[in-house]
Design a protein around this ligand. Structure first.
Ligand SMILES: Nc1ncnc2c1ncn2[C@@H]1O[C@H](COP(=O)(O)OP(=O)(O)O)[C@@H](O)[C@H]1O
Ligand SMILES: [Mg+2]
Length: 542
């Protein structure tokens, strides 16, 4: 044990006690080439640094100690046992507030007995400094610093405590104010971000008042109050994604992210990384830093898994685990991450059929099918047609800046007779097309007849000619007399048109388009890569 009072020449005392080096004559090494200067004689001369490292370090330590002793509010030394062995003159100002009249009541006592809440003992035990800390006790709040003291062999022999600033809450006002302002700005930015991420759709934006729609909304409202997995079933374009947004918006997770993944739109090889993320260093190159997956991004919020029926079997097992355990394992990582995600899945496919064919895991199906909600097709709810046309027409004119169009009663007859395989999405596309094609303020039956021709009715003109084919036809001269072209080119053109028509019919949904074309999704992606992206939505004015 080491006590300054008992052994004034002890290591602790020698290392730091100000009186010790204040009293001693200074021993500076005299540089060979420099004129002799005696510090004691003349303080106006700048002294030279001593030549050996040890002396330089000693000097530095002393200077630093002196600096602290002069500038801080108070200092104390404790020995290895945590007993206070010395306090600076400055420190004495705190004694009354700590409940002591005299230094002798303080020095010699265990530090935590005289300074409530101190962490000096922790510094001695761990040998690690606590460079900046706020200490609060009955004497007030102090900005403090604690440093372990070591002997020549590196053993901790005590600790030095410094009160850098008393009552920092008043002294540090400007800093605190700035901090508070930054904190406020951060809060505002966070709010704005949450605002932007907030779902754009609510139940009110799900248009329709037919009994079928009212039932769907009733079920959706009820499930919004829970954390259950939801399965939205229905043909493409019936509003599954819209409803998923609305459920999220009405749930307690509304303030957290809504993240959507269209499984059919992502190449199979990328799906796993997309879902579960990539651990840092798993790959070289661009992904070296790692990447969060959609599950992680949706943490605390809602994850919308669109076209779940297109999920590859291999990934289904991993998804099931993520759903059951609420934990994920990023690619290239051997650690699991806890997540808190509500899943809303959607599909236009017949899941029980896929299960029967062995293409969809039965256990995953049951896990997803906890609360199934079936969205009616537009054919089943033609009573909502007028409200939908009104709403969509309004939306189209607002977004395009074009005037609003009235729809004539005879036009509704045409609309009601159409099969609407693409449902509301198709209705929207048709309205958009017709609006682009005419300046008439009243849309009549004739306007719609042309737009409603489907790729399945070969005798009617195609819904869509790609810009490329339009140019080719013009260049060919008289209609009906196409120019002779290399067969490969002509075939490619026809393929391109067919793909465009399929994408039109499915509103850009590639999986559904591939099914219409009776080709695999992979083949469709190949062709898209070959021909360049087929524009969707198609440029207006066709
Ligand atoms: N009930 C509805 N009211 C208004 N718009 C709708 C409704 N249902 C679908 N839509 C619109 O139709 C389009 C397709 O809807 P979406 O939710 O993507 O369908 P799905 O996911 O079932 O294919 C979107 O533009 C959507 O806003
Ligand atoms: Mg969809």
């Amino acid at each position: 044990m080491l006590v300054v009072a008992d052994t004034p020449r002890g290591a602790l005392s020698r290392a730091v006690h100000p009186r010790w080096w204040g009293d001693r004559p200074r021993r500076y090494h005299r540089p060979v080439s420099m004129p002799t200067v005696s510090l004691q004689d003349d303080f106006t001369h700048v002294p030279d640094l001593p030549r050996d490292v040890r002396s330089v370090l000693e000097l530095a330590a002393r200077s630093m100690f002196q600096l602290f002793a002069d500038t801080v509010e108070g200092m104390m030394l404790v020995d290895r046992q945590g007993k206070v062995v010395w306090i600076s003159e400055g420190y004495k100002q705190f004694l009354p507030a700590l409940g002591f009249q005299d230094e002798s009541e303080f020095v010699g006592h265990a530090v935590e007995e005289v300074v409530p809440n101190t962490l000096m003992r922790e510094v001695i035990a761990t040998g690690r400094p606590i460079l900046v800390d706020l200490l609060t006790n009955k004497a007030g709040t102090f900005l403090v610093s604690r440093i372990p003291l070591r002997d020549d062999r590196g053993e901790v022999i005590g600790a030095l405590g410094m009160v850098l600033m008393a009552h920092p809450e008043s002294t540090m006002q400007p800093l605190m104010k700035k901090f508070a302002r930054l904190q406020r700005e951060l809060d505002d930015a966070r709010k704005q971000l949450a605002e932007q991420r907030r779902p754009k759709y609510t139940f009110a934006s799900f248009i329709g008042s037919s009994p079928q729609v009212m039932e769907v909304k009733r079920q959706a409202r009820r499930v919004a109050q829970t954390d259950s997995t939801v399965l939205l079933l229905g043909e493409t374009g019936t509003g599954k994604e819209l409803l998923a947004h609305a459920i999220h918006a009405a749930s307690s997770r509304a303030g957290r992210p809504f993240i959507g993944v269209n499984i059919a739109a992502i190449p199979e090889t990328l799906l796993e990384a997309e879902f579960f993320g990539v651990a840092p260093g798993a790959y070289t190159g661009a992904d070296r830093k790692g990447r969060d997956g959609k599950f992680k991004l949706a943490d605390g919020g809602t994850l919308f898994l669109d076209e779940i029926g297109d999920m590859p079997l291999a990934l289904q097992a991993k998804l099931l685990r993520a759903l059951q355990e609420q934990e994920i394992e990023p690619l290239g990582s051997n650690q699991v991450l806890k997540v808190d995600v509500r899943v809303i899945a959607a599909t236009s496919r017949d899941l029980p059929q896929l299960v029967a064919e062995g293409k969809f895991r039965e256990d995953l199906y049951y896990r997803l099918n906890v609360v199934p909600i079936r969205l009616p097709s537009l054919r089943e709810r033609l009573g909502d047609l007028e409200a939908l046309v009104e709403f969509l027409g309004e939306d189209i004119s607002r977004r395009s800046g074009m005037p609003h169009r009235d729809v004539a009663p005879d036009a509704f007859e045409v609309l009601r007779a159409h099969p609407w395989r693409g449902n509301i999405r198709e209705l929207r596309n048709v309205l958009e097309q017709v609006t682009m094609l005419t300046d008439d303020l009243r849309l009549e039956a004739r306007h719609f007849r042309r737009a409603l021709a489907t790729p399945e009715s070969p005798l009617q003109p195609p819904v869509e000619l790609s810009p490329a084919s339009a140019t080719a036809a013009e260049g060919a001269g008289a209609p009906g007399a196409p120019a002779v072209r290399p067969l490969g080119e002509a075939v490619a053109e026809v393929e391109r048109q067919a793909i465009q028509a399929a994408l039109n019919a499915t509103g850009g949904n590639k999986q559904a388009a591939a099914r219409l074309l009776k080709i695999s999704r992979a083949t469709l992606y190949e062709k898209l890569a070959q021909y360049g992206p087929v524009p969707w939505p198609p440029a207006g004015g066709r």
